[in-house]
Design a protein around this ligand. Structure first.
Ligand code: SAM
Length: 213
């Protein structure tokens, strides 16, 4: 299987569908090998635009969802990012390429087996600006706060106020609200105020933890 060709075809499809809009995000998708972030027996599906099982009842998100989240977060070079739900490390790897070497991603994963899987995948793809931390991301990660951007890759019952506190002003927070079937919410903090936009329906595994289920 020619993974490079499959990757190019997927990027072209995501551009046609309007999911990938900016050249920075296009380049990140072309650079990161999704086949390295999934179990080997699923390699055939690496460039299908679907979520895939990565073990422990968890999934790597569909590429279009990663693209939507990156575009709507308006990621910029040099930003400090908090990701909640590392899973395979793929989304963090895409984000790390967009923000560049001068930026940094702190990513929290509650399942240690998956945190180690993500760490291994990031090392094997040569990513050096992502730290994977084992813990409950529903309380954020105060140690490195405040963040330019925070995004959550699991569904929360409500927007955790602690995450709003750990966000810079101005800053943006993206979080799916619901239980499996949810609405993608984008919160913008600006001038001490918060504005919330519902970006539409999506499906995510639940956030388990102090501010989760
Ligand atoms: N971004 C991932 C990727 O690229 O593979 C996909 C993430 S998967 C859809 C959601 C992840 O959130 C799971 O790995 C799950 O264990 C994790 N999760 C759920 N609740 C969490 C919490 N409170 N803190 C940290 N991680 C959590």
């Amino acid at each position: 299987m020619d993974f490079c060709d499959e990757r190019r075809k997927l990027v072209s499809k995501l551009k046609k569908e309007g999911r990938i809009k900016t050249v920075e995000i296009e380049h990140a998708f072309l650079e990161i090998p999704r086949e390295k972030f999934i179990p080997k027996n699923l390699n055939y599906y690496a460039y299908s635009d679907i979520p895939l099982e990565i073990g422990n009842g968890q999934t790597i998100s569909a590429p279009h969802m990663v693209a939507i989240m990156c575009e709507d977060l308006d990621l910029k070079k040099g930003q400090k990012i908090l990701e909640i739900g590392s899973g395979s490390g793929y989304h963090a790897a895409i984000t790390s390429k967009i923000i560049g070497k001068e930026g940094h991603v702190f990513s929290i994963e509650r399942i240690s087996v998956l945190a180690n899987f993500a760490k291994k995948n990031l090392i094997e793809t040569g990513i050096t600006n992502v730290d994977i931390i084992i813990g409950d991301g529903s309380i954020g990660f105060q140690e490195k706060a405040p963040y330019d951007r925070i995004y959550v890759t699991c569904a929360a019952p409500r927007i955790p106020s602690i995450l709003i506190e750990q966000l810079k002003d101005p800053g943006k927070l993206m979080v799916p609200i619901g239980n499996i079937i949810c609405a993608l919410n984008l919160l913008e903090k600006i001038g001490g105020k918060t504005i919330i936009n519902n970006l539409g329906g999506c499906a995510f595994v639940p956030m388990i933890g102090e501010n989760g289920y």
